[in-house]
Design a protein around this ligand. Structure first.
Ligand code: ARG
Length: 329
């Protein structure tokens, strides 16, 4: 049973990868800055360190024949940049003094399994964060490039400089602030609890009640995971079941493998709309602030992005984007 699940997940991600990898021409081009959406890189995020190796390797593989510099180990050079740019992995310094992972581009790391903030639609990454990033890129005179990856790979992508910003409905937390710098917050999120319609769980306190022992589904390494692990699992009051996607946790709830799912309110609404027999409890686990994660060393880019975000907040652009995807209750 466990194996089956893993295989199914693997297959699903492979399909998604294949879909996005051959996604054709970007449709987000009508956004300011345009979006060169590709998740072709996502496979390389999983533990390969080709950069270090390829520079010293003598025996270059036939595929490398377009790389004249010898140290282009970045996956970006292969799939996503097939559109003609030479060595896309070169960082570039702009007139404004900031450098980006790829010259002329704003590279955004995300996990496009979090509607309405980011999701895959027609082979492209759409959603609030994609539009905000396109608007920021437009202000900076950069083209937007979106790299889809596991949620817990995003901070590493930003830290290593592979990505310029992590934009993924990401909550500002003290632990993450040790790893990355957060921009000003552009939205708020609420951790909510999804249960089956006939669930005995009726509010947040039920989860940590003496002798409760519920199984709680979460997306791995999200704040839903972090808080419930602290409050419930570490306290010996229940178990956390961690999934690579929120939607998979919701499926596990549907099939009775978990008793509830703790996740951000907007994706919760999107998932519950898709699955019969589930509801979101009125009670709230915690309210939090979303911001873009950026490299601590790249202060010039941080300033530029932060200023752009501030302008987009001040002129109502961000609110307009939020309103487009989130309908007020
Ligand atoms: N707000 C939560 C966090 O920062 C969940 C974010 C998940 N985002 C995503 N794109 N999957 O941990």
């Amino acid at each position: 049973m466990k194996m089956k699940k893993v295989t199914a997940l693997l297959l699903a991600s492979l399909t998604a990868l294949a879909m996005t990898a051959c996604g054709g021409t970007p449709t987000a081009g009508d956004n300011a800055g345009g979006a060169d959406n590709s998740s072709a890189e996502s496979s390389s995020e999983e533990g390969s360190s080709s950069e270090e190796e390829s520079s010293s390797e003598e025996n270059s593989s036939p595929e490398d024949n377009d790389s004249s510099e010898g140290n282009d180990g970045s996956a970006e050079g292969e799939g996503a940049e097939a559109s003609g740019e030479a060595e896309g992995s070169e960082a570039g310094t702009s007139a404004d003094g900031f450098t980006t992972a790829v010259e002329g581009k704003l590279t955004m790391a995300t996990n496009a399994a979090f509607p309405p903030y980011e999701y895959v639609e027609g082979g492209q990454i759409a959603g609030i964060d994609a539009e905000i990033a396109a608007a920021v890129a437009g202000k900076l005179g950069l083209e937007l490039q979106i790299d889809d990856m596991e949620f817990d790979s995003i901070t590493e992508a930003v830290k290593s400089g592979k990505a310029d910003i992590g934009l993924a409905g990401m909550t500002i937390t003290p632990d993450r602030q040790e790893e990355v710098d957060f921009t000003i917050s552009y939205a708020t999120g609420v951790q909510v609890i999804i249960v089956a319609e006939d669930s005995p769980i009726t509010n947040v306190d039920d989860l940590s009640a003496e002798g409760a022992n519920y199984v709680i589904g979460v997306q791995r390494n999200t704040t839903g995971d972090i808080y419930t692990t602290q409050d419930i699992e570490d306290a010996g009051l229940g178990t956390i079941d961690r999934y690579s996607k929120g939607a998979d946790a919701v499926q596990a709830l549907k099939t009775g493998k978990v008793d509830c799912v703790v996740i951000d309110n907007e994706p919760a609404k999107a998932f519950v709309n898709e699955v019969e027999g589930l509801k979101i409890l009125d009670t709230e686990y915690i309210t939090e602030d979303y911001a873009a994660a950026m490299n601590k060393e790249n202060t010039a880019l941080y300033e530029a992005v932060n200023n752009a975000l501030q302008e987009l907040i001040d002129d109502g652009t961000i609110q307009g984007i939020l309103d487009k995807y989130i309908t007020a209750e």
